[in-house]
Design a protein around this ligand. Structure first.
Ligand SMILES: [Zn+2]
Length: 689
């Protein structure tokens, strides 16, 4: 939310948030359509909730925080819930969780310390089941929270919903057991839980619907909801729906919520993974553990539900708005979030490219606090239509780079400012150029201090010189110790040791770290040169094709274009690079100061390649952390086997290797139907070489 707002502005913002949220909720819940991600929508709802907490005078009954979603569909009999089906307030980080505990402690100090019950939160469709004399009588949707739709016939088609209740095993206490037996026989028992669909089933079904030219669904939850809320039970029966129970509404003598999770399986229901937590730290541990494991489950989990385990306390804490005070949904780090764009800075890259960078109100995305995000280029600013002061949705491109995904113009106040793209380099003042057909403005000054600095950063990382980061480079440059990368190899201990904060020992380490990297492979050397349009993979392709720097240097445009994936643009920039005198001079100087290119076996042209061929031509994308090797080692292994590594998932991708905490690449792979393999399968694939 914007930092400082007057009361009038707060009121205005609340009004706009309500309208926008209600629009997207309607799309999502009623039309099963999605224009912004559910995490972005959550983010907006959360801002509204926080503003309303701070300014309760602005809460109105029509606020999305005050009611539960959905209207009963016509055509279904209405069912009034005896106990309202509430929803749960979301929490996004540990700080908020601890605030919640402090809040409860103030309300009910006599119960502190609290015991908690935490369980996986499955992204499903909430329903209520009423058993009369042990037989399923009414199954209904949440609906408005007080009035739902009777979907009994559809629910009866779900195999994991027992049609009759019986005790399959012993219950937590004799008292509970006797009472339960009696109620099964004579009275009514109400169970609540979620109908859901496994991810694989969802994909298969969507694929089928697409082929038949029918409408598809944006996620498993919507498909599950769509299957339950239609009038022909045969359709529901044809869909692989499942049910997980999480709550017993009826008093069976249970004192703690955890006991309900013992009773439910005994009655024949599946339950979620859960844990009794002695304190809030244990809740956090459980939350983190489930987030780590989330991709191992066949269904979508979007967080953990935590509640005070004592049912009497839960009841006494009561309800605020639409949700119980003693219960919260701990969401996983959102993949997208909304925030305010405060300013735009223009950064100069090593090739002179000017990148507009959004300066943001800090916001957490995928577990990382984000304060800046790339706006890529001038065209992107135009495409987004973004202005300074706008509310924007932030995501992370390729799991890593924060970017502005979308602007929410509905939340504008009229005070937003247009972003002016500079005409001159913000660092050296040279007039910027934008060659025809290119999206990027560049500073053409080869001596531009900003370009030089960025080039140094790139060079040391390509040479993999450990212990030399941007800070040390900045220092060396500012002290006038280095003018070009070759100077690094001429540095002596005494040059460095007199600098403040460089003890003799660390100076020595630094110098030997640099010296130890004098020998370098050809692809790394080519990459280090910083030729425009030549990334890591292209450098590998070039060195495989030409085998030596000399041959690459002399290659004609036609020869260059024979290399796979090298088009006319890249060929031209390679040719230009080697025609520039200062570049040739730098290469000469690097050799003079002792840099040596390692001749690798088997990559000279014309000779039989010694590399494996088993993964030849296969394109891999890595996402998430691997257990048995680093990402670089994995890339190396793929390349050794003849495969290629790409940074982004497309239809051309053959395999996406998914490790721990995968990001948006994983989602994209699922959407595109690219083959997804885990680490074990990946290792197996490598072994077969
Ligand atoms: Zn410049």
């Amino acid at each position: 939310m914007p930092e400082k707002m007057s009361k009038g502005q707060v009121k205005q913002r609340i009004e706009k948030l309500k309208k926008l949220i209600s629009h997207h909720r309607y799309l999502y819940h009623v039309l099963d359509r999605q224009e912004i991600s559910s995490s972005a929508l959550d983010s907006l709802k959360h801002e509204l909730y926080k503003l309303e907490q701070k300014y309760p005078e602005f809460i109105t009954p029509d606020s999305p925080t005050q009611r539960v979603a959905g209207k009963p569909l016509k055509g279904f009999r209405k069912v009034r819930h005896k106990v309202p089906m509430l929803s749960i307030e979301d929490i996004f980080d540990q700080e908020e969780l601890r605030d919640w505990e402090n809040y409860l402690r103030k309300l009910k100090p006599e119960y502190y310390p609290f015991e908690y019950f935490a369980e996986q939160k499955i992204d499903g469709f909430g329903i209520s089941l009423i058993y009369e004399k042990g037989r399923l009588k009414v199954g209904s949707t949440r609906g408005t929270g007080t009035i739902g739709e009777d979907v009994t016939q559809n629910l009866k088609t779900i195999e994991s919903i027992p049609l009759t209740l019986e005790l399959h095993r012993k219950l937590p206490s004799k008292e509970i057991e006797e009472r339960t037996k009696r109620l099964i026989k004579e009275s009514e028992i109400e169970i609540r839980g979620e109908v859901y669909m496994d991810i694989k089933d969802f994909q298969r079904l969507n694929e089928k619907l697409k082929k038949e030219g029918k409408r598809t669904y944006s996620n498993p939850r919507n498909l599950a909801a769509g299957s339950i809320r239609q009038l022909d039970p045969r359709l529901a029966a044809s869909r692989p729906l499942k049910f997980l129970a999480y709550d017993i509404v009826t008093d069976l003598g249970q004192k703690k919520h955890s006991q309900e999770h013992e009773i439910l399986p005994a009655l024949g229901f599946r339950t979620n993974k859960s844990k009794i937590c002695k304190n809030i730290d244990e809740v956090i541990d459980f939350w983190k553990k489930i987030e780590k494991e989330r991709n191992q489950y066949p269904f979508e989990i979007d967080g953990v539900v935590v509640m005070v385990n004592d049912n009497l306390l839960l009841q006494q804490l009561g309800v605020a708005g639409k949700s119980p005070r003693g219960m919260r949904a701990l969401k996983f780090s959102p993949k997208q979030a909304t925030t305010i764009l405060k300013d735009v800075k223009f950064q100069v890259g090593r090739t002179g490219a000017i990148t507009p960078v959004a300066i943001l109100e800090p916001v957490e995305v995928s577990g990382v606090k984000i304060t800046r995000a790339t706006l890529h280029n001038e065209d992107e600013i135009k495409r987004l239509g973004v202005k300074i002061g706008d509310t924007v949705i932030i995501g992370r491109a390729g799991d890593v780079i924060p970017e502005v995904v979308r602007v929410l113009p509905e939340l504008r106040t009229g005070k937003e400012k247009k972003i002016c793209f500079p005409q001159r380099c913000p660092v050296c003042g040279t007039k910027l150029v934008r060659p025809e057909g290119e999206a990027i403005w560049r500073c053409p000054n080869l001596d531009c201090p900003a370009r030089k600095r960025e080039y140094f950063y790139h060079f040391v990382s390509a040479f993999d010189i450990l212990g030399i980061g941007p800070k040390i480079i900045d220092r060396f440059l500012d002290e006038g110790l280095i003018f070009d990368p070759a100077d690094l190899f001429l540095l002596k201990e005494e040059d460095v040791s007199h600098l403040e904060r460089f003890a003799e020992k660390s100076a020595q380490n630094l110098i030997s770290a640099i010296q130890s990297k004098k020998e370098i492979s050809l692809p790394r050397f080519i990459w280090a040169l910083g030729i425009r349009n030549v990334g890591e993979q292209t450098a590998i392709d070039l060195s495989e094709h030409f085998g030596s720097l000399e041959k690459l240097k002399d290659a004609s445009l036609e020869e260059l274009q024979k290399v796979p994936d090298i088009g006319p643009v890249a060929a031209r920039s390679i040719k230009n690079f080697f025609q520039e005198k200062r570049n040739l001079k730098l290469i000469e100087k690097l050799k003079r100061v002792g840099v040596k290119i390692k001749q690798e076996r088997g990559i000279s042209p014309g000779k039989e390649k010694k590399k494996g061929q088993s993964l030849k031509g296969k394109i891999f994308v890595l996402t998430g952390g691997l257990e048995t090797m680093s990402r670089n080692q994995a890339k190396e292994k793929i390349r050794e086997a003849g495969g290629r590594v790409s940074e982004s998932v497309s239809k051309k991708t053959d395999f996406v290797v998914v490790g721990e905490n995968p990001g948006s690449k994983y989602e994209r792979a699922k959407r595109l139907g690219v083959k997804i393999i885990n680490e074990k399968e990946f290792l197996k694939l490598l072994k077969n070489i």
